[in-house]
Ligand binder design. Structure first.
Ligand code: AMP
Ligand code: MN
Ligand code: MN
Length: 351
């Protein structure tokens, strides 16, 4: 279900940041996490492949906290082509990152961030399977918990919300670097505080983070307001071929489009936000061909259609209004399959 801010607006919100998500995670689970972390000397952190601001930001924020406790920290994500997307290179703490090849083969304690399924660990799947303990910190409703301990709260607007709670519970102190990481997670997953997940508690968290003196204008520019010139050409090609059919707007971007302008795959992230503004469409889809030749399918809904359920049925996942999956088929076959799954989850509605 889409969280509805109106359901929560009249609930008293508390000043204690540890209680802001409504207690979906049992106290015993937090206690166990603190115990596991307390006992470990080295802690291996992981976030999902092709990391976004929430995945990388949450992971690095907790990395800073663990380091301040004297822990050895390694952090990674399981991409074949291990590079931090240009958009996220401004995040502090990237010296914690190691490529998947250098990741501990069988970590004593692992913590995953924003990883909704085991598959989203990519190249780190084997390491995770061999880890002694795996704490899964996430906010995807579809996450069934692939670790030995779940800290999963689907009412949290971002994994960064849970990362902040873990920080306070560990006795960590919020500083500017941690705040930049957490804010990046919060601001990306709430769509700049536009999505319905933006509760009073989200703004309160933002206030705590901004109070450390971080530059929200600079973060916004890094995340959304810059791109290489080639982006304009690739965007033009994508918009040129946009199609509108029965309340669904969609387009695609090929490897060839990108190669013509030397544009890395990660630069395509913002295209869905332009396509989804179409008034006549309830659902928006952008197919992005990655460097391996697979289609990464980004889908968005305005609320009536559960794209998360449709994507989950196609091997991916996400949220009610924002979800994705990977397709190895042609553009046409990919769209046919997606329309079919949307139909199964009851959209478009008859009549
Ligand atoms: P994106 O369209 O890439 O911004 O992703 C939107 C949402 O869908 C995010 O919450 C992702 O976690 C989820 N998502 C995207 N791609 C996949 C995938 N291949 N498998 C599972 N979830 C995905
Ligand atoms: Mn994510
Ligand atoms: Mn997230």
């Amino acid at each position: 279900m889409t969280p509805d801010v109106r359901d929560r607006a009249d609930r008293p919100f508390r000043a204690d940041p540890r209680t802001v998500t409504g207690g979906a995670i049992p106290e015993a689970a937090w206690d166990r996490a603190l115990r596991l972390i307390g006992q470990a000397d080295e802690i291996a952190l992981a976030c999902h492949v092709t990391p976004d601001g929430d995945a990388l930001g949450s992971m690095l924020a907790v990395g800073f906290v663990l380091r301040s406790m004297g822990k050895r920290v390694v952090a990674s994500f399981g991409d074949h082509h291990f590079v931090v997307p240009r958009l996220l290179r401004f995040l502090p703490g990237q010296d914690m990152l190691v490529p998947p090849q250098d990741y501990p083969a069988a970590p004593e304690l692992m913590i995953t961030f924003d990883v909704s399924t085991f598959e989203r660990l990519g190249l780190l799947r084997e390491n995770t399977a061999r880890a002694r303990e795996v704490i899964v910190i996430d906010h995807h409703p579809s996450n069934e918990g692939f670790g030995t301990l779940s800290l999963i709260d689907s009412t949290a607007a971002a994994t960064a919300v849970l990362a902040e709670q873990l920080m306070y519970r560990l006795g960590g102190r919020l500083d500017r670097d941690i705040a930049v990481c957490l804010y990046t997670g919060l601001v990306t997953d709430t769509g700049s505080f536009r999505h319905s997940s933006t509760t009073p508690a989200v703004h309160q968290m933002a206030a705590r983070l901004v109070a450390t003196g971080l530059r929200t204008d600079e973060i916004a520019r890094e995340l959304w307001d810059r791109s290489p010139f080639g982006y304009l050409q690739v965007l033009a090609a994508a918009l040129e071929r946009a199609a509108l059919e029965d309340g669904l707007v969609w387009t695609y971007v090929t490897r060839v489009d990108r190669a013509a302008h030397g544009l890395p795959y990660a630069e395509l992230e913002g295209i869905i936000d332009i396509v989804r503004r179409t008034d006549e469409a309830e659902v928006a889809v952008v197919l992005k061909e990655d460097d391996q030749g697979d289609w990464q399918v980004s889908t968005r809904s305005k609320g009536k259609a559960d794209v998360g359920a449709a994507c989950a049925a196609l091997g991916g996942g996400g949220h009610h209004n924002a979800a994705g999956y990977t397709s190895h088929e042609t553009v046409e076959a990919t769209m046919d399959a997606f329309r079919r799954e949307l139909g199964k989850v009851g959209w478009p509605r008859a009549g």
